[in-house]
Design a protein around this ligand. Structure first.
Ligand code: NAD
Ligand code: MG
Length: 395
């Protein structure tokens, strides 16, 4: 039996890695749905290759353009557009698996819809979980969804856990001592902090080990990505913040570790390639080929570890602070999305990202959200506050 897959964010970096795993395993998987935001040409090519049942684009105009081209090419795919269609497609009965690979807050509603519909959800979109943690986990439980992380660190942790913590017997704090979340340290781990003011978007996006979308690349450079991942791990593994430790590991070979009360430490290793966690989660509990080179330890020869530098990377500290404060993670995420976008547009300096996120957190907007509407309201308010600060920095 083949598994039907809906891929939210098909034209992105995680989307591309997912499609490579599907290509390598055609007898196991078929594509039910694909979604894209602006890259309609790329989506057309994917329709030609994968013949999905349904695709979703952003606007009616894009849908019409794609419809004409597919009709001329003799490809019959249902074409939808807009936010509501994203949610409907994520929950549609045609797919067993939904890969949540839209970047940022835009991914929240469709990912939540997939969770409510009881899908196997492969979670790449960490922002959704950061924004809505408790509500999202509750929706997944109530919907009977199977939540499998494909963020490489969380996939590693999942593999090193005896079973899904929170649903099984061993819990963090009771048998599981700590989660050790590895971080590469990004492109600026050793750069003179005095020069961080003049960093360009191209430099920030040049990650030493991973090729990723621009937003997560900037997050890796500020280490906000690791902060978001601490929050992600908190929710996925039901782990208190003080038991989630960040360890800088520049080679990105050890993708994370779990330490146990008896002194055992389990780690997952592999070449840095998103196809590994994606293949693991697509086939789980089986194992399939992912097209990834096998790890050669004697070639790698050494693995280094060091503590994170909270002074150089204030965003990491801000994320821990936000986690300690109910509702602040949604504020942190919203402010960060606005600040990163402004940095990528050349409107603010690299160091302005942390300043803006810190100031928005200090504005006292955070309240524990009790509904999705509440989360979205908080997100909107924090974005507006961040925009004002961007304008002030840009002057
Ligand atoms: P990307 O920028 O390469 O791709 C983003 C995708 O989201 C694209 O398909 C785009 O069309 C879609 N999208 C963007 N804005 C949208 C909107 N408003 N509405 C609907 N769709 C929209 O990003 P990426 O690097 O593939 O990352 C995707 C997610 O996965 C992020 O949340 C990121 O944190 C997470 N992630 C990525 C990696 C990686 O290696 N790239 C690793 C771990 C986690
Ligand atoms: Mg990661």
């Amino acid at each position: 039996m083949t598994r039907g897959i809906t891929l939210l964010g098909a034209t992105g970096s995680v989307g591309a890695s997912t499609l490579e795993v599907v290509r390598a395993n055609p007898e196991r998987f078929r594509i039910h749905g694909l979604t894209a935001h602006t890259q309609v040409e790329k989506l057309f090519e994917l329709c030609w290759e994968f013949r999905p049942d349904v695709v979703v684009v952003a606007t009616a105009e894009d849908a019409k353009g794609l419809f004409d081209r597919l009709r001329d090419a003799g490809v019959f795919t249902q074409i939808e557009y807009g936010a509501h269609a994203l949610e409907e497609t994520a929950a549609s009965r045609g797919a067993d698996v939904v890969v949540a690979a839209i970047v940022g807050a835009a991914g929240l509603a469709p990912t939540l819809a997939a969770a409510r519909a009881g899908k196997r959800v492969l979670l790449a979109n960490k922002e959704a979980l950061v924004m809505s943690g408790r509500l999202f986990m509750q929706a997944a439980r109530e919907g009977g969804a199977e939540l499998l992380p494909i963020d490489s660190e969380h996939n590693a942790i999942f593999q090193c856990m005896p079973r899904i913590v929170g649903h099984g017997k061993l819990r963090v704090g009771e048998g599981v001592e700590r989660i050790l979340l590895t971080a590469s340290g990004g492109p600026f781990r050793q750069r003179d902090p005095a020069t961080l003011d003049s960093v360009t978007p191209a430099e920030a996006c040049a990650h030493p080990n991973w090729s990723m979308g621009r937003k997560i690349s900037v997050d890796s450079a500020t280490m906000m990505n690791k902060g978001l991942e601490v929050i992600e791990a908190h929710w996925l593994f039901d782990a208190p913040a003080e038991r989630i430790e960040v360890v800088v590991h520049p080679q990105s070979i050890v993708h994370s570790l779990v330490s146990y009360a008896d002194g055992s430490v389990l780690a997952q290793l592999g070449n840095p390639d998103m196809r590994t966690p994606i293949a693991h989660a697509l086939a789980y509990p089986e194992r399939i080929g992912a097209g990834v080179r096998q790890l050669n330890l004697t070639v790698i020869a050494r693995l280094d570890f060091e503590p994170p530098d909270f002074k150089r990377f204030p965003c990491l500290k801000l994320a821990y602070d936000a986690l300690a404060q109910g509702g602040a993670a949604a504020v942190l995420n919203a402010a960060n999305e606005i600040a990163v976008e402004a940095f990528l547009q050349g409107r603010i300096r690299f160091t302005g990202i942390a300043r803006i996120v810190s100031a928005v957190l200090d504005a006292g907007l955070a309240v524990q959200p009790d509904s999705l509407e509440h989360v979205l309201q908080l997100d909107k308010t924090a974005r507006a506050a961040a925009q004002i600060l961007v304008a002030a920095e840009a002057r």
